[in-house]
Design a protein around this ligand. Structure first.
Ligand code: C2E
Ligand code: MG
Ligand code: MG
Ligand code: MG
Length: 279
């Protein structure tokens, strides 16, 4: 009986795996056409300055409205895009959108607005040329680098390729901010914090989720904030969902917060309305 159950389970498992693989192949080919078909959109999630309670930044997050499947999560399609190379087209498209949007919001919401854009490790493969082009595009659009923040992951900085250092220098020279996404979940080496010019640490939501005054996560968040400030970096806490989490983050001097407590990622028009109402 146990053997039968095992076999049934195995069969189920392989089928699920196979369907998973077929689904990925399907999504990969559809994703390639999704940009031109107008199915990809950038949503914006507000980032609040805790001391002033003002919306001062936003993170651009990609959304794919699939005609049959509905919303496909970026947690699903970004890894597929990275595996198949489509991330380059998606990344260029997102950058172009962000430049256009930031130019408009500088006028409408204020010249200090900062928009952060997630950039995949694969986008660093071509070396700094890609980002030199970005900087030219910003200049052409009249958008200062200071209005843009690039979000990268810790793993990228563990890669010793010289192209990565050059790319980061490129950002620094253009005044573009560099932010470490999901901080604390990647490799545990901190040496990259002194090797590279980083501006912001984004504490991963796995640390903010269970914040309580005498818990380990609270101690870790406080230690991250203290360390960051000593190094001259700012800190954003991700995944802030409750007023209690916000209050604890305020207490330890965390600079910014992002999460459902304030707003989910919303379409550009809604972000605009929200920010105008909020400030
Ligand atoms: P991320 O960059 O760490 O983005 C934060 C994720 O947390 C977003 O998920 C956001 O919607 C979600 N989030 C924000 N506040 C809360 C909260 O209070 N509670 C919870 N439970 N979740 C919250 P999303 O939009 O599904 O994006 C998932 C990931 O996909 C992103 O993680 C990022 O790694 C990737 N991604 C999204 N857009 C892009 C993009 O344009 N380019 C690249 N390369 N990656 C992207
Ligand atoms: Mg991010
Ligand atoms: Mg994150
Ligand atoms: Mg800097």
């Amino acid at each position: 009986l146990a053997k039968d159950a095992g076999r049934a389970c195995f069969r189920f498992f392989t089928r699920a795996l196979q369907e998973g693989a077929e689904e990925r192949v399907r999504l990969a080919s559809e994703l390639r056409r999704a940009i031109d078909a107008g199915q990809i959109e950038l949503y914006y999630q507000p980032i609040i300055e805790l001391a002033s309670d003002r919306i001062v930044k936003a993170e651009a997050l990609m959304r794919w409205k699939h005609p049959e499947l509905g919303f496909v999560s970026p947690a699903t399609f970004i890894p597929i895009a990275e595996d198949t190379g489509t991330i380059h087209d998606l990344g260029e498209w997102a950058f172009a959108q962000v430049v256009k949007q930031t130019g408009q919001w500088r006028n409408l919401l204020g010249p200090d607005i900062q928009i952060s854009l997630n950039v995949s490790p694969a986008q660093f493969n071509t070396g700094p040329q890609t980002f030199q082009r970005w900087i030219d595009a910003l200049r052409t659009a009249g958008v200062p680098g200071a209005n843009l923040v690039v979000e990268i992951t810790e793993g990228l900085l563990m890669d010793n390729a010289p192209g990565i250092r050059d790319s980061l220098l490129c950002f620094r020279d253009a005044g573009i901010g560099v932010s470490i996404d999901d901080f604390g979940t990647g490799y545990s080496s901190l040496s990259y914090l002194k090797k590279f010019d980083i501006d912001v640490l984004k504490i991963d939501q796995s640390f903010t989720r269970n914040l309580s005054p005498d818990g380990a996560d609270f101690a870790l968040c406080e230690a991250i904030v203290v360390m960051a400030h000593k190094l001259g970096l700012k800190v954003v806490a991700e995944g802030v969902e409750t007023a209690e989490q916000r209050d604890l983050l305020c207490q330890i001097g965390c600079d910014y917060a992002q999460g459902y407590l304030f707003s989910r990622a919303v379409p550009a028009g809604e972000f605009e309305a929200l920010t105008l109402r909020h400030t």
